[in-house]
Ligand binder design. Structure first.
Ligand SMILES: *Cc1c(COP(=O)(O)O)cnc(C)c1O
Length: 354
């Protein structure tokens, strides 16, 4: 007897980057931030009254929602908070897309979770290929037949961006479609479209504390958009699990938002290291796409990416290699601390010069 549903039996889950325990690696494979969260977070955890855990958290996380609203010049009715932006994005599928609708459009090379969610919720996918140089096809998105679309900007794993005017032209050309922008990496390029949420009722921005705020382990992400969109997300959330964000995490995220100075310095450091090591990789014979994120996407002129991946792993450095069409000769390398990047460069030099 097979007790699993048909959908479960046929679902291909998302494959996250490995988190191996066999030895200590220089870990540059899942786009985590190399710097710790701000001191305010450490203080908050130290002083957290564990008795608070006997109570449920506020199901709308209003204290955090107020902070997020303030940051973006919105009100709390424009904010939806979830257990990581993965949960927020997952919730978008049943909230905004129909099984028998025109489907959700996204790029062929982008965050691979979109396809997993579309399948899990049985929503049709409209796949729009990137150009040969991985550039985004604005006109295809403008005219595609779909119920809505998800644009990852900057895109993962390429690190390339769609410029603001192109995004606006897509949003304005499609007032009847929902445009979701996944801004997991937008803090690393100052290219957020958050300011346009109050202007366009068909724009939903999804953001996370995992990357630029160094809080991947705390699990917190959010969406901002028109009240009606947010109300829809809350309806679906409350049909699934009312308490997705725990009270400790809520307080942690508030503290992280308060220390604007530390946040900027972390982001600036990551950007400086990124740009420095993009050049170093180019000197070793890599073609490196101009990155607007906290990772580099690179291919070597002679050495196959899979070989570099395995040899780096043997030498204690983990990067991400996707065994997928069009990008199987590329590596995605998270920008680590300068010390980690020195180790990476040293190991890469030995591999490509061998
Ligand atoms: C990391 C990432 C997310 C998910 O982050 P959470 O940790 O779930 O907040 C979402 N989208 C993209 C493109 C990402 O790279």
């Amino acid at each position: 007897m097979n007790y699993l549903s048909k959908i479960c039996r046929t679902t291909q889950p998302y494959m996250a980057g490995e988190q191996p325990q066999d030895k200590k690696y220089v870990k540059l494979n899942t786009n985590e931030n190399p710097y710790p969260p701000c001191n305010g977070v450490a203080e908050y955890i130290k002083n957290f009254d564990s008795a608070r855990l006997k109570l449920y958290p506020d199901s709308d996380n209003k204290a955090l929602a107020a902070k997020i609203a303030k940051k973006h010049g919105l009100s709390i009715e424009n904010v939806f908070i979830g257990n990581g932006s993965d949960e927020v994005l997952a919730m978008c599928f049943p909230t905004f897309f129909d099984k028998d609708g025109d489907g959700v459009a996204y790029c062929d090379i982008t965050y691979s979770f979109y396809k997993v969610w579309a399948k899990a919720y049985e929503i049709p996918s409209v796949i729009i290929p990137l150009a040969d140089d991985f550039k985004f096809d604005v006109s295809e998105f403008k005219q595609s037949k779909c119920q809505g679309m998800i644009i990852c900007n900057p895109n993962a794993p390429t690190g390339l961006i769609v410029n603001r005017l192109d995004l606006i032209s897509i949003i304005e050309a499609n007032p009847e479609k929902l445009i979701i922008i996944d801004e997991a990496y937008a803090d690393f390029c100052n290219c957020s479209m958050a300011n346009y949420v109050s202007k366009y009722p068909n724009l939903l921005i999804v953001r996370t504390f995992s990357k630029s705020y160094s809080l991947a382990g705390a699990r917190c992400g959010y969406a901002i958009g028109d009240e009606t969109l947010i109300r829809g997300l809350k309806t679906m959330k409350n049909a699934f699990n009312s308490y997705t964000v725990n009270s400790l995490t809520e307080g942690i995220a508030i503290k992280a938002l308060e220390d604007v100075k530390y946040f900027s310095s972390v982001v600036d450091n990551v950007i400086a290291t990124r740009d420095e090591y993009a050049d170093e990789l180019r000197k070793l014979g890599f073609d490196v796409l101009p990155s607007s994120a906290n990772f580099l996407f690179a291919t070597h002129e002679t050495k196959p990416a899979s070989e570099i991946y395995y040899q780096l792993k043997e030498k204690g450095v983990l990067v991400r290699h996707f065994n997928l069409p069009r990008i199987d000769n590329w590596l995605r390398i998270t920008v680590g601390s300068p010390d980690e990047m020195k180790v990476l460069l040293d190991r890469l030099r030995a591999i490509v010069n061998a």
